[in-house]
Design a protein around this ligand. Structure first.
Ligand code: PLP
Length: 370
């Protein structure tokens, strides 16, 4: 008899067909690039000088994160640093859920939620985002999924990969629902610095909504294009935020996972972040322009790093992704990676270097019209 392993890891590790095809075909135009450090962004030369602070030679941990780092973020009194937003999620699920409790997450969205929740023995239940001239939250589908075990509703603002923001009217409704059912609202705002359009009706943040206990997540990985530095943050607001922050501090104290050097470097990294962000912003806007001027009919996108195009019905989306890789050496992601409710979508990264993006778009158009 072998040693048994936890059911929390009982997920399929079979490689999908696109991953198999990738072992045989190297893409020339990678339209899935999501790692800014490999995307030809010009990082300021002096950036690493931020790590020369002599205070980093001493270990005086604060479980909430070092004061100077939290002050530089200026996000409110109940802010804690974590090594990544993934870690911040794991803390929130520990804080809010007993094993078997549930969180509601949007669909389509970031595929990691399922894994992050499962590792905390938490169930993920999906509610729908729907598309008609733009993405909107299907509030009825969300309400239908509520159970007595629901502990949190999660929203990604703007969402990955649909790029939609929650609208102010939707936020009021959502926050009232959370307050009325003693459910927390978790808002992943890692892409909040990357609007692609302007809109007065959008909620720029879901925190401080005046109604319910809310947690807002952000991090260096997107705000400053520095995922390797491993610094992220979460801020609690609303009724019970102080108590929640105290308990989060206990969780954080158990691990003390954020390295001291990055905490002392944080104020400087945030300053450099502005220049990095600007380059990413210019890139995503230029690529979106290229896509909108093509014949590929992208869905409306409001922010973030991704765009979505429909595929011709002559093949399924995975077939298209494989076909594009094999015949045009262009790599895209099929929508099912993000749990789209229907087949027929490809997700493209707007972070791709402009020339590759333009060549990839031309290649996709060629294949779609062949
Ligand atoms: C919606 C969303 N949240 C969080 C993350 C990851 O952030 P971190 O590197 O801080 O774990 C990503 C990364 O792509 C993301 O798309």
């Amino acid at each position: 008899m072998a040693v048994p392993f936890s059911h929390r890891l009982d997920w399929s590790i079979a490689t999908n067909r696109l991953a198999q095809a990738l072992t045989l075909h190297r893409p020339q135009f990678d339209l899935t690039a999501s790692n800014p450090t490999n995307a030809g962004i010009d990082y300021p030369a002096g950036l690493l000088n931020a790590f020369q602070d002599p205070r980093s030679l001493h270990y005086n941990p604060d479980p909430r994160g070092i004061e100077s780092a939290r002050a530089a973020l200026n996000l409110g009194p109940h802010t804690l640093l974590a090594a990544s937003t993934s870690e911040a999620y794991s803390w929130l699920f520990k804080l809010l859920c007993n094993p078997g409790d549930a969180i509601l997450v949007p669909r389509p969205s970031y595929p990691l939620f399922e894994f992050l929740a499962r590792l905390e023995s938490v169930e993920v239940i999906q509610y729908s985002l729907r598309y008609a001239e733009g993405w909107w939250l299907d509030y009825d589908s969300l309400e239908r999924q509520l159970t007595p075990n629901t502990r949190a509703i999660l929203f990604v603002n703007p969402n990955n990969p649909t790029g939609n923001y929650l609208k102010i009217a939707e936020l009021h409704r959502l926050a009232a629902l959370c307050a009325g059912n003693n459910i927390a609202l978790i808002s992943d705002e890692v892409f909040a610095d990357y609007p692609l359009t302007g809109d007065q009706t959008r909620a720029t943040t879901l925190g401080d909504n005046g109604e319910c206990l809310s947690f807002v997540l952000g991090g260096l990985s997107k705000t400053a294009g520095l995922p390797q530095m491993k610094a992220a943050w979460l801020t609690a607001s609303g009724p019970g935020a102080g108590e929640a922050a105290k308990r989060l501090e206990l969780i954080a104290d158990t691990y003390l996972s954020v390295a001291t050097p990055v905490q002392y470097a944080l104020p400087t990294l945030l300053k450099h972040g502005a220049k990095i962000r600007e380059q990413i912003q210019d890139r995503t806007r230029a690529n979106l322009g290229t896509l909108q001027n093509s014949h590929l009919r992208p869905l409306r996108v409001e922010g973030g790093w991704y765009a979505i195009i429909p595929t011709p019905r002559t093949r399924g989306e995975e077939e298209w992704a494989i076909h594009l890789l094999e015949n045009e050496r262009t790599l895209t992601q099929p929508g099912y990676f993000y749990d789209f409710e229907s087949d027929g979508w490809l997700v493209l990264s707007l972070l791709t270097p402009e020339a590759d993006f333009a060549a990839g778009i031309a290649a996709i158009h060629r294949a779609f019209t062949a």
